[in-house]
Design a protein around this ligand. Structure first.
Ligand code: SF4
Length: 502
């Protein structure tokens, strides 16, 4: 049997005819009218209306709270993410994560339907926990919620207590939880809520006995390469560490022919011991706001939230902080890596200097990328952050204000990629940085796209490469400058400037 890919299949005559008939049947207006409106959406006048819209969001750069909670829970050893809510939501979280990581993603749902909406989700949770424990034998179940459970006001604490009292699950089984309503916040809020829920649960009642380790919190970071990279750097510095919510093996497992449901993740005893560390260093700020507050208040240890170590200055700052906190020196090997990263930037600098960029993504990633671009003389112009708040906005402007390359930068919080479309038509830029959904902007506006962020569905393996540290600088410079060069080749294809050397 020959199975034809849809890219080829839908080009066949019978499908083209069918599409045409469908278009004809649905025809809202003439082709001329469609073309006229399409052109109007590229104008200043439309931009004004677009930015005035309030009751509609189109292609937002954010996902649901529980998606972040599921990712966070997956980063703990032998842990099953359990979502109290409807099945469709959880299918979306799992498929979203699977499509990004190209890995199976384990998460269960309590399959709430209409009856639960009327009578509450207690029965679903009791049965769900019992089945999940019997079938998948986790060492920890981490519970989050969808909108449905939140709207009807399910009390997770009371439900879990009851499930234990009635013997649905063993009383000693750790079952941390987090309320993660998606009608507020985004995936980064859900990640934060879940991490706080897990850490506060595991360390409740533990008496702190300080040791010489440090904790690292990556935050909502979907680059498995980043976590491997930070561990490599800390090992080079001889720093004993625990990565809290370590998704590196879970979301990038080896294919050995045998499926292991619980591969990798932060060992639970290490997570319990994290209260004893000298300090916790977070590699993001906006995705761990509540967790940071909790650690500062409850653990009595130093807590530092750093900008993502992306680019030279952020990485310098990060490693210096680790060195200061632990008293360990930065070895020559890392200094050489720094030199190679600087060399890569210098090599590619002529093609990035003065280029104007549009960026869309999460707050921590955007701040990090702005910093890297300005280090190379790139000019961040449009910065769209659907899940950014006023603090992020202020921090982004302060960062832009530190460099002459930030002078044109404008930050848009709470805006989506349809807003960005208007910006790209009315104030064009040279390059666009964003996730796979930004490819529609590339299609509409022709602005070359560098895929950085989450989710990335339509390119493979990018998440396996670190974007942090000095190695990350080389990877990012590679992706950015080679996109510039691809575009240059495309534009010069039939000219004498179609050079073999760039
Ligand atoms: S917004 Fe709420 S209901 Fe919709 S998928 Fe997300 S969690 Fe489910």
């Amino acid at each position: 049997m020959k199975i034809i890919d849809h890219n080829e299949l839908f080009q066949k005559h019978e499908y083209l005819e069918q599409f045409e008939r469908k278009r004809e049947f649905e025809k809202p207006c003439s082709a001329d009218e469609i073309e006229k409106v399409s052109e109007w959406t590229k104008t200043e006048g439309y931009r004004e209306k677009n930015f005035a819209r309030q009751a509609l969001t189109i292609n937002p750069a954010k996902a649901c709270q529980p998606l972040g909670a599921v990712l966070c829970a997956s980063g703990f050893q032998n842990t099953l993410p359990f979502v109290q809510g409807s099945q469709g939501c959880v299918a979306y979280f799992r498929s979203h994560l699977s499509r990004h990581f190209k890995e199976p993603v384990a998460a269960v749902s309590s399959s709430m339907t209409e009856d639960a909406a009327v009578f509450g989700g207690l029965n679903n949770m009791m049965e769900g926990l019992e089945n999940a424990y019997a079938l998948y034998k986790p060492k920890m179940i981490a519970v989050s919620t969808t909108c449905m459970a939140e709207v009807i006001g399910d009390d997770l604490n009371a439900f879990i207590k009851k499930a234990k009292e009635q013997g649905a699950i063993p009383s000693e089984l750790p079952v941390p939880f987090a309320h993660t309503p998606s009608f507020v916040g985004s995936h980064i809020t859900g990640y934060d809520n879940m991490l706080k829920g897990i850490l506060s649960y595991l360390t409740a009642g533990v008496h702190r006995r300080p040791n010489s380790r440090i904790n690292i919190i990556p935050g909502f970071d979907t680059y498995t390469g980043n976590i491997r990279e930070i561990k490599r750097l800390l090992n080079l510095m001889n720093v004993q560490h625990t990565v809290l919510a370590d998704i590196s093996d879970v979301m990038d497992s080896p294919n050995t022919g045998e499926y292991r449901m619980y591969l990798g993740g932060t060992p639970l005893d290490e997570a319990v011991d994290s209260i004893n560390a000298i300090a916790t260093v977070a590699m993001q700020k906006y995705s761990i706001l509540k967790t940071g507050e909790f650690i500062k208040e409850a653990w009595g240890q130093e807590f530092v939230a750093m900008p993502m170590p992306v680019g030279i200055s952020n990485t310098d700052r990060f490693l210096e902080t680790i060195s200061k906190v632990t008293g360990k020196a930065i070895p020559e090997e890392i200094e050489d890596e720094r030199g190679r990263a600087v060399d890569a930037m210098v090599d590619s600098h002529p093609y990035v200097h003065g280029k104007r960029f549009a960026l869309v993504g999460d707050p921590d990633l955007l701040l990090a990328l702005i910093s890297l671009l300005m280090e190379m003389g790139g000019m961040p112009v449009h910065i769209i952050c659907t899940n950014g708040d006023r603090n992020f906005e202020g921090e982004a402007y302060a960062l832009l204000g530190k460099s002459p390359f930030g002078i044109e930068g404008k930050v848009y919080i709470g805006k989506d990629m349809w807003h960005l479309r208007s910006l790209l038509f009315t104030e064009p830029v040279d390059l666009l940085i964003g996730n796979s959904y930004a490819k529609f902007l590339w299609r509409d506006t022709g602005t070359p796209l560098v895929r950085i962020g989450f989710p990335i569905f339509d390119r493979h393996h990018l998440h396996r490469y670190p974007i942090i540290g000095y190695q990350g600088v080389i990877n990012l410079v590679n992706w950015i400058v080679n996109t510039v060069l691809d575009e240059m080749d495309r534009k010069t294809i039939n000219t004498t400037s179609f050079d073999v050397i760039r």
